[in-house]
Write a protein that binds this ligand. Structure first.
Ligand SMILES: Cc1cc2nc3c(=O)[nH]c(=O)nc-3n(C[C@H](O)[C@H](O)[C@H](O)COP(=O)(O)OP(=O)(O)OC[C@H]3O[C@@H](n4cnc5c(N)ncnc54)[C@H](O)[C@@H]3O)c2cc1C
Length: 376
């Protein structure tokens, strides 16, 4: 007998989305080491609902972003999550025309609504922005990710899931066709037995998979890539999110202007790969301000650099280095072990894709259960 059908390790947006979906199928326990859900990468991002334009054709990032975006807008409307389809402009200098046209072509093939603006139309749309041309993506939006995660948690609980904070998984091993999981909470250590395990531990997913003795060849290398944000105390001159063209290997989408739902303007994130073996460090060095100012002034020459203030940082769990082609999400289900799914490299657009990832994980586990049933 197991205590739970599913044990999810990690209470970020991905673990919570999985808990909501799996709690319809069976009993769910979610374990989060921090004192609140979503305290790591899930609350250190741009809170943008991405349209799905940038990712490799046929990749999980592309497919789950496009599916996730539609479902996220429906979820937000249905369950009262503050959000707004503000739209975004991708600004190209004259030398970036070809890249902009490639994005337009790709977006249209994917059915993503896009409009090409020439210099004059750009000026009429956003008078403070300078560029040779721009793409307008009206389905890009912003979301209050904290309320979104609260709603996911509430729904999972209403469907019977047990969600525990202050609960760190310190080891797990195979037992009786399932998993025995050792959990350290504030004042004790408990062993829990579950049938299937979901590793949604974000920046710690690789370390957790290693401790579970997952075949090393199935564990992709982790590269921590920090992105810093600066808030802007000046008046917000924009009506849209303003993005430059993305970096070549998608290390980042370029230092862009994002708004929160209160209208506060901030700029970021940049990309800084941390040295191998570094711990997650979220400091924002004020000395980065001049580099931010010069990147922003390429599309917003009226920026007052004195009004940039260090704000916060997030860390992307990248699976590729600065010089490699952008990696896809890796969602791995080992064969011939007790059921498990490991989620590696869930960087952007993980927030947008979260509901679709929850369904993808559920279907993977269902398929494994069906296969096991058929071989009996
Ligand atoms: C700078 C930046 C900007 C981004 N911008 C966007 C954006 O605009 N739009 C978008 O769609 N996506 C964006 N993303 C991506 C998005 O934030 C992530 O894909 C998403 O938050 C990943 O969620 P997660 O649940 O996998 O990870 P996390 O939020 O890190 O959650 C993992 C959880 O596991 C817990 N955990 C780890 N080990 C254990 C253990 N042993 N026991 C118990 N708990 C454990 C951790 O405490 C943590 O809470 C951005 C990311 C970054 C870094």
């Amino acid at each position: 007998m197991t205590d739970f059908d599913y044990c999810i390790i990690g209470g970020g947006v991905i673990g919570l989305a999985c808990a909501r979906e799996l709690s319809v199928k069976g009993s769910v326990l979610l374990l989060e080491k921090n004192d609140r859900f979503g305290a790591e990468t899930s609350s250190r991002n741009s809170e943008v609902i991405h349209a799905g334009l940038y990712y490799a054709p046929g990749s999980l990032k592309e497919r789950l972003c496009i599916e996730g975006k539609q479902r996220l807008y429906q979820f937000c409307s249905g369950f009262d999550v503050p959000h707004q389809a503000v739209g975004k402009l991708i600004i190209a200098p004259e030398s970036g025309q070809a890249q902009l046209m490639q994005l337009l072509h790709k977006g249209r093939q994917l059915g993503i609504p896009l409009q090409l603006l020439d210099q004059q139309q750009l000026l009429e749309t956003e008078p403070q922005v300078r560029g040779f041309a721009a793409l307008h993506s009206p389905t890009t939006g912003i979301i209050d990710s904290h309320i979104y995660m609260e709603r996911l948690a509430q729904q999972a609980e209403q469907q019977g899931a047990l969600l525990l904070r202050h609960s760190q998984v310190i080891s797990a091993s195979e037992r009786d066709y399932g998993w025995q999981i050792r959990v350290a909470s504030q004042d004790n250590i408990t062993d829990i037995h579950c049938a299937a395990l979901i590793n949604a531990a974000g920046l710690q997913a690789q370390a957790l998979a290693e401790s579970l003795a997952l075949d090393r060849t199935a564990i992709p290398p982790l590269h921590l890539c920090r992105g810093h944000y600066f808030s802007y105390s000046g008046k917000n001159p924009f009506r849209h999110l303003i993005y430059p063209l993305p970096e070549k290997n998608l290390a980042g989408l370029g230092i862009h202007a994002t708004l929160d739902l209160g209208g506060q303007l901030r700029f970021g994130p940049d990309t800084e790969y941390l040295p191998a073996g570094s711990a997650a460090d979220y400091r924002v060095d004020p000395a980065l301000a001049p580099a931010f100012a010069s990147a922003i002034q390429r599309y917003f020459p009226g920026l007052n650099a004195q009004q940039l203030q260090p704000d916060y940082a997030g860390i992307r769990p990248k699976l590729h280095t600065k010089h490699e082609t952008a990696a896809d999400f890796v969602i791995h289900r080992p064969s011939n072990r007790p059921p498990a799914v490991h989620l590696f490299g869930i960087e952007s657009p993980g927030l947008t894709a979260s509901l679709a990832i929850g369904t993808f994980v559920t279907e993977m586990l269902q398929k494994q259960a069906d296969e096991a049933h058929n071989t009996r």
